[in-house]
Structure formats: C-alpha cells, structure tokens
Design a protein around this ligand. Structure first.
Ligand SMILES: [Cu+2]
Length: 119
C-alpha cells in the first residue's frame, strides 16, 4: 500500500515538474488589425504569439474557457496591466503601445504565457 502511494506521489511530482520545466508556450501567429481575440483554453493562450503592426492602440479580447483558477488573471508585466478574466465572458483589454517591442503576458504564476509583438 505504501509503495502504491509513493509511486503515485512520485508520478504527481513528475507531472508537476514536467508542467513547469518542460512545457513550452504553444505558438500561434496572428497578424491582425483591430480587435484580436485570444482564447484561454487547455492551459494556453490561443494564439499565444501575436504580431501586430505598430499602432497606437491594440485591443485584445480574452475569452476564458479554462476553469483553472490559474487562468483567472492575465498580466502584462511590462505595461503594468492586470485584468481579471471571468469564465466564458469576453473581456476587452485596450493597450496603448507607442513603442515597438515584445510584451509578454502571463497568468498569475507564469504558467500560461503569451507574447504580443509590436513591429
Ligand atoms: Cu497560472
């Protein structure tokens, strides 16, 4: 019995380590103008990789389908923007971006990762 519990414990630890260290962001590319829709689903932002031409304002519409509490908040660290994402309810985030560059967005713990690239 102890052996079984130990084995399950080890498997769980392996899964958690795998999730944190081995999972790479799934990359999607979307070259879009205007409103960009991002699905939060199955542990990832889809698309996670967004390229836009330089423009003054970019609106991202997040739709969270992932019930994991981890997905509840999306944060754009470099822009000082954080937004709560209710389940199954689209949320628009308007960003003012005057400088080209790469802007990472993540969940609270940095497990969901995406990147907004302003050209
Ligand atoms: Cu998280």
């Amino acid at each position: 019995m102890t052996l079984i519990i130990n084995t399950i414990g080890l498997l769980l630890i392996g899964l958690i380590i795998g999730w944190f260290w081995l999972s790479k962001p799934r990359l999607y590319s979307a070259k879009t103008v205007g409103l960009i829709e991002i699905l939060v689903k199955d542990g990832a932002y889809q698309p996670a990789y967004i390229e836009v031409e330089r423009q003054h304002e970019v609106t991202l519409r997040f739709l969270r389908k992932d019930p994991s509490p981890c997905a509840e908040i999306v944060t754009f660290g470099a822009l000082n923007v954080s937004q709560q994402l209710p389940l199954n309810q689209p949320v628009d985030i308007m960003l003012k971006l005057d400088n080209p560059g790469e802007y990472e967005f993540t969940c609270q713990m940095g497990m969901y990762r995406g990147k907004l690239i302003i050209k």
